[in-house]
Design a protein around this ligand. Sequence first.
Ligand code: PLP
Length: 401
Amino acid sequence: MQESQATVQAARALQAARRVDNIEPFRVMEMVKAAAAMSRDGVDVISMSVGEPDFTAPQNVAQAAMDAIQNGATQYTESLGLPQLREAIAAHYQDAYGLSIDPRRIVVTAGASAGLLLACAALVSEGDQVLMPDPCYPCNRHFVSAFGGQPVLIESGAEERYQLTADHAAAHWTERTRGVLVASPSNPTGTSMTPRQAEDLLATVRARGGFAIVDEIYQGLSYDGKPVSALSFGDDVITVNSFSKYFSMTGWRLGWLVVPDSLVPTIEKLAQNLFICAPTIAQHAALACFRPDTIAIYEERRLEFQRRRDFLVPALRELGFQVPVMPDGAFYVYADISALQHPQALDSTAFGMAALKEAHVAIVPGDDFGFAAPKRHVRFSYATKFERIEQAVERLRRLLR
Ligand SMILES: Cc1ncc(COP(=O)(O)O)c(C=O)c1O
């Protein structure tokens, strides 16, 4: 009798913690589910919704993982990461950006996601405000909320490359503001801060004693000149990076942080408690990413992404989508649909559904990315084969005719 009461108790819905109230699910998943159902029914859907490269880890990276498994290199690593990987990442900063970074400031994480989580755990207290641009990567506001902070999204338009500016930060800073969280290049817009924008923003934050977390996960995928890391502007910046995008290793769950010296012990004890370490096999495999022959493959892929961008953006503009700033990185185009000749042009969710159901092209409505103008925008991902992108444009042309 007592046991059955216990069973009844267990069946009761458990009350989730209050902080979860502010965390929203990805609305895009509705679109993804609808697209998957259509594909199962035999419809040829072109997916331009996913945020991951269509490329996978190169063969020598896969081989390094298999070697690690075979050699039994599969146990925990230090919480801050394999020392030789931290050194390899530091060497990469030197080779790719001419930056000298002390490997002791590099923390290997389970993807950029764990890096963002650790940075927010270390810096955000209950009630703290963190400024970010609107639109931005949806998880950013949820990372802040998860630690009791309050994300403050500030409308950032095409004229500021959809990025949070120094003026924004100055105008919205209150006594509760603790810092800023930005991504450059950005998801969903593919636009980067100019070096000047970054330097000014960081100086404004520094002058107020705040922190700056700069997510550079897409920086390897930059198309218009050599990118400049926020690390060039001071050792007090926290940057987030990952093997997911440039290195085509989404499912391997590997990324890194570069943090100021003084923050390393805090991040280390959090990493020890929250994760123990990033996946060991992935860490061994990642060492092969920095070999010159592997970098040559990644650079070829970067040029292929650039080729797709150079085709897609003018093609979308010709169809009537407004893309006021040429995206210079990542694999996204954030397009304004309000001038389209289409009955759903004022509602990105309805337009996204029409694109899916009538043109069989899956794109992402703006809703997930912020509150300023989500109904007017959709996000295209060009992490899809060139020929498929050409087909998608033709299908959209017919939809809009
Ligand atoms: C801006 C941004 N930051 C972080 C992430 C998370 O990446 P990871 O796979 O490294 O956890 C993503 C994933 O799409 C992203 O777009």
